[in-house]
Design a protein around this ligand. Structure first.
Ligand code: IPE
Ligand code: IPE
Ligand code: MG
Length: 247
């Protein structure tokens, strides 16, 4: 490999253009600690989403990506799955005005095909309603799994190769990224997981190649913008090298 073939290191984003992704975990335990049904925890979790979305621009976050429902979450009880889907519908309907007022563009990643047609329509609708906004790019992952996303991208690329639209040698990391659900997003600089679990749980597998991780014991329904501010302070003090050495 010659020097000019070495992939360039991503340049650090301006302090106010961060992409932060969050694995919002711990809703069930938060509710169980109080002897309440799990769905109460999810409802409180939605309130925390509102708070973080509102505070994000001021915290220096330009892109906020939230893991709301994984491809594995279908394993939960029908009651919980339906409850989560209905919370999502309600969030979309209730939030349209506020998102526009706050300059938030909302988009979704994940495989929509398994969702209720009514919910898909709402998702398409809010994406269109907010498409002119640029202050905060909010992305919500629904029926999202990193492996599923990569698999779908590979199928698309394979069918293009089969049709002769692209050569196998043209498949490189930029082309793969273009076929992922996140094609419109930069990679996240920081991934935060709440609730003390230290797993990735199939979130942004491709995109997290050089992300920093912060794991906090705080349960999602207790997570405030102040907690995010403290995490961002820690993140900003870390040295990111991207495989190079300190210069
Ligand atoms: C995260 O909270 C929300 C979703 C996965 C939908 P959990 O529901 O996983 O809460 P715990 O992990 O059981 O506490
Ligand atoms: C990850 O949390 C998915 C979301 C936050 C939506 P889970 O609670 O589903 O993950 P595991 O089961 O602990 O790995
Ligand atoms: Mg969990």
């Amino acid at each position: 490999m010659t020097l000019d073939q070495i992939p360039s290191m991503p340049s650090p984003p301006a302090a106010s253009n961060l992409h932060v992704a969050v694995i919002m975990d711990g809703n069930g335990r938060w509710a169980a600690n109080r002897g309440w049904p799990r769905l109460v925890g999810h409802r409180k979790g939605v309130e925390r989403v509102r708070g973080l979305v509102e505070a994000s621009p001021e915290l220096g976050i330009r892109y906020l990506t939230l893991y709301a429902f994984s491809t594995e979450n279908w394993k939960r009880s029908t009651e919980e799955v339906l409850g989560l889907m209905s919370l999502l519908s309600r969030y979309i309907k209730a939030e349209a005005k506020r998102l526009n007022k706050e300059g938030v563009r909302l988009r979704f990643i994940g495989d929509r095909t398994r969702l209720e047609p009514k919910l898909i329509k709402l998702m398409d609708w809010i994406e269109r309603q907010t498409e002119a906004n640029t202050r905060l790019f909010l992305t919500v992952a629904i029926n999202y799994g990193g492996r599923d996303e990569i698999t779908r991208a590979m199928r698309l690329i394979a069918s293009k190769v089969q049709k002769g639209e692209i050569l196998p040698s043209a498949v490189n990391d930029a082309l793969i990224a273009e076929h992922l659900d996140t094609s419109f997003l930069p990679d996240p600089e920081l991934i935060v997981r709440t609730s003390g679990e230290t797993r990735v749980s199939n979130f942004l597998l491709w995109q997290s190649a050089y992300s920093e991780y912060v794991f906090t014991p705080i349960l999602w329904p207790d997570f405030t913008p102040e907690n995010m501010r403290a995490i961002l302070d820690t993140f900003r003090s870390r040295e990111r090298r991207f495989g190079g050495v300190k210069t």
